[in-house]
Design a protein around this ligand. Sequence first.
Ligand code: TYC
Length: 103
Amino acid sequence: MTRPDGEGRTQTLERSATARPRLYRVLLLNDDYTPMEFVVHVLERHFRKAEQEAELIMLAVHHKGQGVAGVYTRDVAETKVAQVTAEARAAGHPLRLIAEPEG
Ligand code: TYC
């Protein structure tokens, strides 16, 4: 971390731990119309889930209303939300996702 020292110099401050970027959960939201197979496809292709895990996550979202598709840095999480939302709309599905900070 750096800060001005008030006399035209920049001070470097030590940190005890390595700074980690804040992580964001990408949440899948349930709806009544998006086909189950499309949600499984999204989890496999965009969130790199194996078929069985994708099916379990999709069913959990279907029954509970929402669920975590993956956890990423902010840029990656927001890009996934945008890409999947665009793909869902292009296919005529109302699927919704949101990115929210962890912790
Ligand atoms: N509820 C949808 C159906 O019955 C399936 C579904 C699951 C939709 C998860 C969205 O995020 C979702 N076809």
